[in-house]
Design a protein around this ligand. Structure first.
Ligand code: RFL
Ligand code: PHB
Length: 402
């Protein structure tokens, strides 16, 4: 058994863990990251594409923004296509100048990995049997194995950045956490392809065949999504079937511009709303997807992870650099306010844009719900006050001052 020591042990090398590590190191706070899979595997996961200003600012603060500044695309608006009619939500005009950045999560993660390596900060990739111990004491620790060697990492605090399926949340005794969950009766089938996108901005499409999203990564790389039943498997969807269905769900003028090609990634993600309260137990703090999940319709998952990171790193900085030992225990209360707001927004966007006609649900009730949602969407698209409400939340609520 090899014993190692650090101030903050970080479980998970996704964007939450790596960004937290980078910001803590900048404050002179020592940290070690432990990740279950290889770095290459982490970079193979294709996820978020839209970054709020808060995250963009945080990447500047962490000094990992150079490539995003050069290659990322600032977007001043997005579109909602509602049964073939396209509505533009001019987020810049509606929010007094705020925009979002189109830059892939994979690229953010790659930039963070490179910065961490350059700084010589320790990361244990491909770690097995990660377990957290004595998290409610002043001497927490993490045990894990790598290449047949056993390690014990002693630390002051543990940041659980290990996503929805990680070990951190499950370490909190069941009677000490309250979990809220709704699983939607469908998923998103995503395709990444090296083809020019159909539009300069994102198009969220509500159609009678179900939801679709036309997103992008650059002028030559597209990212598209289709709402599919939860029971569908990736193997059910050949590239040809995907493009054919997408074409039917895009507004006609966008469909005419669709360029198809081989998919370079194809996966199905379930849609879920989930929150664990509180987001801390003793000296363990849950960050990002480990604590909460939103359906991707509002583009909020990665952005919520970033606001958690911002809160936790500022509070830990108060502990180590200002001698305010109790500061970190305010984490959950502060983080949860923003989390619940984004949860509600993502749930609302998902309800309005998806097709809920599920055979198992009472048809009269379902049809009425559909009519309500159509009426809701119509109001928010046609009224400037409605558009403002949507735009303000899409660009993201401001971070709380700490
Ligand atoms: P991650 O990215 O899941 O990383 C967790 C890491 O922990 C590791 N791990 C462990 N490590 C050690 N020991 C264990 N026992 C471990 N168990 C797990 C995992 O291997 C992994 O490397 O969580 P993190 O860092 O909190 O980041 C959260 C984001 O990844 C997520 O919220 C977003 O991707 C959500 N999301 C979107 N968010 C946005 O803000 N904007 C978007 O446009 C957006 N689009 C999306 C999305 C998520 C999607 N999927 C696939 C769920 C689109 C999709 C399709
Ligand atoms: C993406 O480009 O992957 C993306 C963009 C916006 C969303 C969800 C996903 O709401």
């Amino acid at each position: 058994m090899q014993f190692i020591k650090t101030q903050v042990a970080i479980i998970g090398a996704g964007p939450s863990g790596l960004l937290l590590g980078q910001l803590l190191a900048k404050q002179g706070i020592d940290n070690i990251v432990i990740e279950r899979v290889s770095g290459e595997y982490v970079l193979g996961r294709i996820r978020a594409g839209i970054l709020e200003q808060g995250l963009v600012d945080l990447l500047h603060e962490a000094e990992v923004s150079q490539r995003m500044d050069e290659e990322g695309e600032p977007h001043d608006g997005f579109e909602i296509a509602y049964y073939d009619k396209r509505y533009r939500i001019d987020i810049k005009a509606l929010t007094g100048g705020r925009t979002v950045m189109c830059y892939g999560q994979t690229e953010v993660t790659r930039d963070l990995m490179e910065a961490r390596e350059k700084k010589g900060l320790l990361t244990y990739y491909s770690s097995n049997d990660v377990a957290l111990h004595n998290v409610d004491s002043n001497a927490p620790s993490v045990t894990f194995s790598q290449d047949g060697k056993e390690f014990t990492l002693k630390c002051d605090f543990i940041a659980g950045c290990d996503g929805f399926h990680g070990v951190s949340r499950k370490t909190i005794p069941e009677n000490k956490r309250n979990e809220f969950e709704r699983v939607f009766p469908f998923g998103w089938l995503g395709v990444l392809s090296d083809t020019p996108p159909v539009a300069e901005e994102l198009i969220y499409c509500k159609t009678e065949r179900g939801f679709a999203l036309a997103s992008r990564r650059s002028a030559v790389r597209s990212r598209y999504y289709l709402q599919v039943p939860s029971t569908d498997k990736v193997e059910d969807w050949s590239d040809a079937r995907f493009w054919d269905e997408l074409k039917k769900r895009l507004p006609t003028d966008a469909a005419e511009k669709l360029v198809t090609g081989a998919s370079i990634e194809k996966s199905i993600a379930p849609l879920r709303s989930f929150v664990c309260e509180p987001m801390q137990f003793g000296n363990l703090f849950l960050v990002g997807d480990a604590a909460h999940i939103v359906p991707p319709t509002g583009a909020k998952g990665l952005n919520l992870a970033a606001s958690d990171v911002s809160t936790l790193y500022r509070l830990l900085s108060k502990v180590y650099n200002d001698g305010d030992k109790e500061a970190v225990y305010r984490y959950s209360e502060i983080a949860l306010r923003r989390v619940w707001h984004a949860e509600r927004f993502s749930w609302w966007m998902s309800n309005m844009l998806h097709d809920f006609n599920d055979d198992n649900v009472d048809i009269t009730e379902r049809k009425m719900f559909d009519r309500f949602m159509q009426s809701e969407l119509s109001f928010f698209l046609n009224d400037e006050a409605g558009q403002k409400v949507m735009a303000t939340q899409y660009v993201g609520m401001p971070y709380e001052k700490i």
